[in-house]
Design a protein around this ligand. Structure first.
Ligand SMILES: C[S@@+](CC[C@H](N)C(=O)[O-])C[C@H]1O[C@@H](n2cnc3c(N)ncnc32)[C@H](O)[C@@H]1O
Length: 332
């Protein structure tokens, strides 16, 4: 099979995802479309991206959790990009981001001897607890709004009742604990602990597609809370950050940004901060060969640049950041 520069199979018609849909699942998705705000619906949009990049992202539940409407609209964008011979096809950021978080999570668990607590803040329709074997000895905590977690559970239960292929609906993690909480409030850590989280145990924190939905002060509070946990246990933080220009893409939705998360996190007490951009060697996964695609052009420019020298367009960046901490370090 020939590969185009944009990482999509050339001679394969873009596959419709395998759907595990029953009437009940469709009715549940209709509620999401009619009742949920855009913040909550973003969970389905990201799942749709993962489902449609299934030739590189292994997430068999993504299509089911995304729902047909989000799948179709994402599919149309991809089709259009392919027709236009786009250098950056819709969803490539999501695919790279998912693969980056998967790879770093697996490495972190392994560095902890194969077992840890894994906390997904703003878990949405993430299905890592169902799809990653590296979590088999780890306790997973999914934190999100109550209605999001309840809906996810209802969709998975409905699918379970309507399919004979139950294997993919089984949790692969040692345990999966859901925590209904708003992380803008100051009681989410307490709720996490009530669900079984132990602050003194090694923990990987996954903040994927969440920080920029918070205000600056809310995001800083969340990061400080996690930084404090470094004083109690070995901790790895995996998070994506928008730079300032990225938040202007939708100023009503995106708020928190950091142009220099690799400076911000050490100031909070994290160490070993590693920052990658989409297209860097550890954030490429064979999907971004073309040196002229937007991500490759952007990452070769100094990060201090706010506008692109070629066209004056804003330099919108997404940083993938890993940081760690342990009780041996001091928090400033
Ligand atoms: C873009 S989705 C990302 C979901 C998931 N992390 C992923 O990558 O697929 C953002 C998620 O964060 C959740 N979220 C946003 N603000 C939140 C808050 N204040 N407290 C808890 N969850 C929140 C939303 O409900 C949604 O599920």
């Amino acid at each position: 099979m020939s590969e185009r520069q944009n990482g999509l199979p050339e001679d394969q018609i873009w596959p419709e995802p395998d759907l595990l849909y029953s009437d009940t699942v469709r009715e549940l998705h209709a509620v999401i479309e009619s009742d949920w705000d855009s913040l909550r619906q973003s969970a389905c949009q990201t799942a749709a991206g993962r489902a449609l990049w299934k030739h590189v992202v292994h997430d068999p539940l993504a299509g089911l959790l995304a729902g047909e409407t989000y799948l179709k609209s994402f599919y149309e964008k991809i089709k259009k990009d392919r027709l236009n011979n786009a250098r950056e096809v819709s969803g490539v950021i999501l695919a790279v981001r998912t693969l980056w978080f998967d790879t770093k999570l697996e490495a972190a668990i392994s560095s902890f001897g194969g077992a840890a607590q894994v906390v997904l803040l703003g878990a949405g329709m993430d299905a890592r607890a169902y799809r990653l074997c590296c979590l088999k000895d780890s306790d997973v905590y999914e934190v999100d709004f109550c209605d999001v977690l309840q809906m996810k559970n209802s969709i998975l239960r409905a699918a379970m009742e309507s399919t004979s292929e139950r294997q993919q609906l089984m949790v692969t993690a040692k345990s999966l604990n859901t925590v209904a909480a708003d992380i803008r409030d100051n009681d989410w850590l307490k709720k996490l602990q009530i669900a079984g989280f132990v602050p003194e145990k090694s923990t990987v924190w996954i903040l994927e597609g969440i920080l920029y939905y918070l205000s600056h002060s809310q995001a800083m509070e969340v990061l400080k809370t996690i930084a404090h946990s470094c004083t109690l246990a070995r901790t790895v933080l995996l998070a994506d950050f928008m730079n300032k220009q990225s938040t202007t893409l939708s100023s009503s939705v995106f708020h928190f940004y950091s142009d220099w998360p690799d400076h911000l996190l050490p100031s909070l007490g994290f160490s070993d901060v590693k920052l990658s951009q989409i297209g860097d060697p550890d954030a490429e996964y064979g999907l971004l060969h073309d040196p002229l695609n937007l991500f490759n052009k952007l990452r070769s420019l100094p990060r201090s640049l706010q506008t692109h020298p070629d066209d004056g367009k804003p330099c919108c960046r997404l940083y993938l950041v890993q940081a760690s901490g342990s009780p041996n370090q001091t928090i400033s």
